[in-house]
Design a protein around this ligand. Structure first.
Ligand SMILES: [Zn+2]
Length: 310
């Protein structure tokens, strides 16, 4: 099993466990971090391929047990979204008994909610406006909030004597949009600042960019330069902390692997389709269009395809 991060294992960042910001694999000296098929993260092609060249394979690869084939749809989640969702809960400092709100019920949001449940959170809300995704959240014991019908901050405050959630996770990113489809990169961040109580922590794993050339039309000039107007005054007043950025997959994947092996975690609950590599373009179209029921696609590079999983 390989992380989406590409890391050397010996640079200043990797030595501190920050394999998400490796200095060796990023060729641009002013930047840090490398990944397969991600803009500005090195000259590496995406991992959806028949063959993959892996730099520093001994360091990056995680060995799986004898149940590797049997539980492959669970283990493949260790490459990215399961550790990424977990990282959101780590930055948000989710502890046993906490009340946690997750913005976004896409694959990463569902993994963050699932991680909060695994960490012993007392109550987990998931806010989104896609009913099929909210149903998945409900399946793992989270409380769905349909943002087309309710303001998540109001729901959470109502349930917590007006105090707000102990912590929150942002799993949407700069393309956050309201139920009418209007894009607003500040939507989920401000929703979290409002929903999380005084001194609460917020973990942001949704993708935000230093610039978004296509963003001017959708959101305006500021957003095109990666500038997102957030309620920073309120955030400061409330003494909240915010953690940001991509997940250091290697920091978590061994422990999460062993939760799967020990049958304590089954992240494949989000998998809606298993398809062959040839079917990837169609799958991406359905996923981008957020078509009903396309929660998560697993691609089989060797051509195996059994269509719908459920
Ligand atoms: Zn490194």
């Amino acid at each position: 099993m390989l992380p989406f991060n590409i890391a050397c294992g010996f640079c200043k960042q990797c030595e501190r466990g920050l394999t998400n910001y490796c200095l060796t694999m990023q060729p641009e000296p002013a930047l840090a971090g490398a990944a397969y098929g991600f803009a500005d993260m090195g000259p590496y092609q995406g991992g959806q391929a028949e063959l993959l060249r892996v730099p520093y394979g001994d360091f990056n690869a995680l060995r799986l047990g004898e149940d590797a084939a049997e539980r492959q749809t669970d283990y493949v989640m260790l490459a990215d979204i399961f550790p990424t969702g977990y990282h959101a809960t780590e930055m948000a400092n989710v502890k046993p008994g906490d009340q946690t709100i997750v913005f976004g019920a896409g694959p990463v949001g569902l993994m963050a909610a699932y991680s909060a449940v695994l960490r012993g959170a007392g109550r987990v809300w998931v806010a989104d406006h896609q009913p099929d995704r909210l149903r998945k959240a409900e399946e793992i014991g989270a409380i769905p909030i349909n943002t087309a019908e309710h303001d998540p901050a109001e729901v959470v405050k109502e349930a917590t004597l007006g105090l707000g959630a102990d912590n929150g996770c942002e799993c949407v990113g700069y393309q956050a949009h309201d139920p009418q489809g209007h894009e607003d990169a500040s939507l989920t961040l401000n929703g979290l600042i409002d929903s999380v109580r005084f001194t609460g922590d917020i973990g942001v794993v949704g993708v935000f960019l230093p610039q978004d050339p296509g963003g001017e039309e959708a959101q305006g000039e500021l957003e095109a330069q990666g500038k997102v107007p957030i309620d920073f005054g309120m955030m400061w007043f409330k003494g909240q902390r915010m953690g940001t950025g991509q997940a250091p997959v290697k920091r978590y994947n061994r422990a999460l692997r062993d939760l799967i092996a020990g049958e304590k975690a089954k992240p494949s609950f989000i998998v809606s389709h298993e398809l062959s590599l040839d079917e990837a373009p169609t799958a991406y179209e359905h996923f981008d269009a957020r078509d009903q029921g396309w929660t998560k696609v697993v691609l089989h590079p060797n051509g195996h395809s059994n269509g719908h999983k459920r």
